[in-house]
Design a protein around this ligand. Structure first.
Ligand SMILES: C[S@@+](CC[C@H](N)C(=O)[O-])C[C@H]1O[C@@H](n2cnc3c(N)ncnc32)[C@H](O)[C@@H]1O
Length: 206
């Protein structure tokens, strides 16, 4: 449930008390050793996070200095993102993040002018529960799953096709480490750990 808490809106499970729910946040995340540094090496321009969720990846990208367009289609998550954006204390960080509510499969075809042909498009769709981790703390992941329990699920293939069609320099897709390829087009390179694998398609060089 999305409820008003002592510090603004929060996503609460049935047994959460006010203040124990999950909120989005764009500040206070560590960028140290984050795979984005390798994944975006050599890229110039802006970045689109087409599956913004609770804003974790957007926050890391913005902290690394990227201007980010964060797109989220789930209205309750979008409200949390808006409140998190208002709470940002560093005006420069705040300026580097632009929020857009909508379905990325459609939005990527008509990006705002300052985000057209971005350096990279980042995709982190929800996968079935076998996935054990994400950039989010477990409570955040639980909240995302709770919101999506009644939905039809994310569409990684559709998101990937829309991302390729938007002429970015690179497309980055976060996947479970053991996940098989979902498109015939092989990734240019991957950056992985025990918990997650990022596949990267370098399009600028094609
Ligand atoms: C695993 S979460 C992303 C978590 C995010 N990377 C973070 O760090 O908080 C996936 C999110 O993508 C959103 N999403 C999936 N498909 C989408 C689409 N076509 N357009 C916009 N958002 C989408 C879902 O609503 C969900 O919030």
């Amino acid at each position: 449930m999305l409820e008003e808490g002592p510090h603004g809106l929060e996503l609460r499970r049935a047994d959460d008390r006010p203040g124990q729910g999950v909120r989005a946040s764009f500040e206070g995340l560590s960028t140290r050793g984050h795979p984005f540094s390798k994944l975006l090496r050599g890229c110039t321009g802006v970045v689109v996070d087409a599956t913004a969720g609770l804003g974790g990846d957007t926050a890391v990208l913005a902290a690394l200095g990227w201007h980010v367009l964060a797109i989220e289609r789930e209205p309750r998550l979008f409200q949390l993102l808006c409140q998190a954006h208002e709470r940002i204390t560093d005006p420069e960080l705040q300026n580097r993040i632009t929020l857009l509510e909508g379905d990325s499969i459609r939005c990527l075809g008509s990006l705002p002018s300052s985000f057209q042909s971005p350096a990279a498009i980042v995709l982190d769709p929800m996968y079935p529960p076998r996935r054990k981790t994400s950039a989010l703390p477990p409570k955040g992941m639980q909240a995302l799953r709770m919101l999506h329990a009644d939905g039809g699920g994310d569409d990684p293939e559709g998101l990937l096709a829309a991302a390729f069609a938007a002429s970015p320099g690179r497309v980055l897709l976060k996947r479970p480490p053991e996940a098989p390829a979902i498109v015939d087009r092989p990734a240019t390179f991957s950056v992985g750990s025990k918990l997650v694998r990022w596949d990267a398609w370098e399009l600028g060089a094609e």
